[in-house]
Design a binder for this molecule. Structure first.
Ligand code: FES
Ligand code: FES
Length: 161
């Protein structure tokens, strides 16, 4: 198996790592960089649990992305969204709207939501549902997640409450 030397900028910090050519970005985040917040669900691009942001606002399934192709790229996981002790408005909205049950889907859902709101800051309910397609939640029935994204949209526009 060939090896590759890559630098991954994860949550604002550069990491120089040696990755086998068959390792996914998800493998490297979890197993080599000890960042377990990005979840392994299906491993086949079906569930969205492993979603991360690349270059600010592009959401990708890290289980379907070879780490060797990510040299020099900027990657953000759910743990990288908060600023100091302050949660990202999407993270706060998921808490406020009780959009978390077991929490396994939550990092991926939050990341997908951040990407969605970057592209469409004021989405309709239908647009939120479409934007979250590919992210599966077995617990919540999605309604509270949709409400959380709508609340985050308002908060980010400065019109909450
Ligand atoms: S673990 Fe990547 S899409 Fe399910
Ligand atoms: S909260 Fe359990 S899978 Fe979504």
């Amino acid at each position: 198996m060939s090896k590759h030397f890559v630098t991954l900028n994860v949550n604002g910090e550069d990491h120089d790592v040696v990755v086998a050519s068959n390792k996914t970005l998800l493998d490297v985040l979890r197993d080599q960089l000890n960042m377990p917040e990005t979840k392994y669900g299906c491993g086949t691009g079906e569930c969205g649990a492993c979603t991360v942001l690349v270059e600010d606002f592009t959401a990708i399934n890290s289980c379907m992305t070879l780490a060797a192709t990510m040299d020099g790229r900027k990657i953000t996981t759910a743990a990288g969204l908060q600023k100091g002790n302050e949660l990202h408005p999407v993270q706060q909205a998921f808490i406020d709207k009780a959009a978390v049950q077991c929490g396994y889907c939550t990092p991926g859902m939050v990341i997908k939501s951040v990407s969605l709101l970057a592209k469409n800051p004021n989405p309709t309910e239908q647009e939120i549902r479409e934007g979250l397609e590919g992210s599966i939640c077995r617990c919540t029935g999605y309604l509270k997640i949709v409400e959380a994204v709508a609340a985050a949209s308002k908060a980010m526009a400065g019109t909450a409450g």
